[in-house]
Design a protein around this ligand. Structure first.
Ligand code: SAM
Length: 468
């Protein structure tokens, strides 16, 4: 089998050309570029492009490698309930960037189902499914598009296989679809499932999946390389003049979070008090407060709704995406930090006023360095945990083997005892029957056999056999 080695694929170390919010896919970019190198697909389709982090990573690799790939990105560029709804500026920006790849890349601005008939059966060699993340939506996208994937050279990617909140269901669909198939799931970056569909895929690609499933090295490598790539891009971006930083409150009135129902305020000081008043008839269902549009480390001092202070220890929903929390200090390692507010059950009447008070703990650059160090720390800890789990697994496997051997010995001994018991039982039953029906003892019967005709004669002479 053709072996996979990282040294044959220097593209995994390429810097990324474009990175935009949201960054949830971004740590998979080194793997995306490697896939293009390994598979050299003739047709690549992405369902769900948004700001283009994954799509343009594929395009960047196609350009760099001179691969014979036609790329197609499909999206309504309106958003959905999981990604949030957004305005036309995103599509304009993506379409502008796509000009660089216009010789091989086409954007299809329409619903996935409308774009599907544009692709023939078995035509797509690399399909990336990253639209709405409910179980029903991902199952529908798979069923609609899988027949268009090549039965010999096809690979399908699923993003967000690790997210189990807000009605995400890719994890469940992935568990079902990957069962018993050639597949691997990266756990970092919200999870990326790689499903090998084709029967004649390149051997180094299959070897990569095999190696990844046998050792944590490749998962560790792609997680840390992806994080490094995102962090270095963010650091480089910091050297450019940036517009003023902003905090933003999002209000979900039943349509999910979207830019239209959001309110921004500039961050002008190290300690800031923000407050917003709403009209009485605004049906506020959920609140999300983004403390900055950048990496940040903040101390949360106060969260209040209708003038009532919420207990800080209990006012964050689990969707709050900090990297680490130390009491009231939140470390956000993302350009899209989000505090999801847990509204008190005792709240009376509509939400009319919301207030936050927080302190921004480090200047931008120091903050970037601290966050990068924190990512490193977390990755080291994860690698250490993985090694520990590996060692525990090896030990448990050893113990299990010993138990299996002991069990096999016990089973053999038991079987022998059972056979013996059976033989004893037969002997006993035979003896009982013999006694019951007055049959001669077999040993005695053998010895007495030659005398039997004489015995019969004697019995005949004395008038029949004697019975006790
Ligand atoms: C999770 S985002 C894609 C993220 C992107 N791959 C990245 O790298 O950041 C999902 C996108 O799918 C789009 N979408 C969801 N369902 C769709 C559908 N049925 N048809 C077209 N676009 C859809 C949304 O507009 C949204 O932009």
């Amino acid at each position: 089998m053709g072996r996979f080695t990282l040294e044959n694929h220097p593209i995994v170390f390429d810097p990324v050309q474009r990175l935009e919010n949201p960054l949830s896919w971004a740590t998979h970019i080194p793997f995306a570029m490697l896939l293009v190198d390994l598979l050299r697909p003739r047709v690549l389709v992405e369902l769900g492009v948004h700001t283009g982090n994954s799509y343009f990573a594929f395009c960047q690799a196609v350009r760099r490698l001179g691969a014979p790939t036609r790329c197609h990105g499909v999206d309504t560029w309106q958003g959905d309930t999981h990604a949030g709804f957004y305005d036309d500026a995103i599509y304009q920006d993506v379409a502008g960037h796509n000009q660089r790849f216009a010789d091989f890349s086409t954007l299809h601005r329409r619903p996935f189902d409308q774009a599907a008939p544009e692709f023939g059966a078995g035509q797509i060699e690399l399909l990336h499914i990253d639209g709405l993340h409910t179980y029903e939506a991902v199952a529908h996208d798979y069923e609609t598009w899988a027949p268009r994937v090549s039965p010999t050279a096809g690979v399908i990617l699923f993003h967000d296989t690790q997210v189990r909140e807000r009605g995400f269901g890719v994890w469940r669909f992935w568990r079902e679809i990957s069962e018993g198939r050639v597949a691997y799931e990266f756990k970092h970056g919200s999870g990326l499932g790689v499903l090998a569909v084709g029967t004649a895929l390149p051997e180094p690609f299959l070897d990569l999946l095999d190696q990844a499933s046998r050792s944590p090295f490749l998962e560790d490598f792609f997680a840390s390389r992806g994080t490094e790539l995102v962090a270095s891009h963010v650091l480089a971006r910091d050297c450019r003049p940036r517009p003023e930083r902003q905090a933003r409150l999002y209000v979900d009135t039943g349509l999910g979070y979207n830019e239209k129902e959001s309110f921004a305020k500039a961050i002008t000081a190290k300690t800031m008090a923000f407050s917003w008043d709403f009209p009485e008839d605004l049906p506020v269902k959920h609140l999300r407060f983004d403390p900055a549009d950048d990496l940040c480390i903040v101390r949360l001092r106060r969260v209040a709704v209708n003038g009532q202070d919420l207990p800080l220890a209990d006012c964050l929903e689990p969707e709050t995406n900090f990297l680490k929390q130390n009491w009231d200090i939140l470390f956000f390692g993302t350009l899209d930090p989000q505090i999801h507010v847990r509204l008190p059950a005792t709240l009376e009447g509509p939400i009319a006023r919301v207030a936050f008070e927080l302190e921004y703990l480090l200047e931008e650059e120091a903050c970037y360095h601290r966050i990068v160090a924190l990512y490193d720390e977390i990755l080291r800890q994860q690698a250490c945990d993985m090694r520990h789990k590996d060692a525990t697994l090896a030990q448990t496997t050893g113990e299990l083997d010993q138990l299996k051997a002991a069990f096999a010995r016990e089973t053999a001994a038991f079987e022998k005892a059972r056979q013996q018991h059976l033989a004893n039982e037969i002997e006993l039953r035979t003896e009982l029957s013999r006694r019951k029906y007055h049959l001669p003892n077999p040993k005695f019967w053998k010895i007495a056999q030659p005398l039997r005709p004489l015995k019969a004669k004697l019995e005949e002479f004395f008038g029949g056999p004697k019975r006790p």
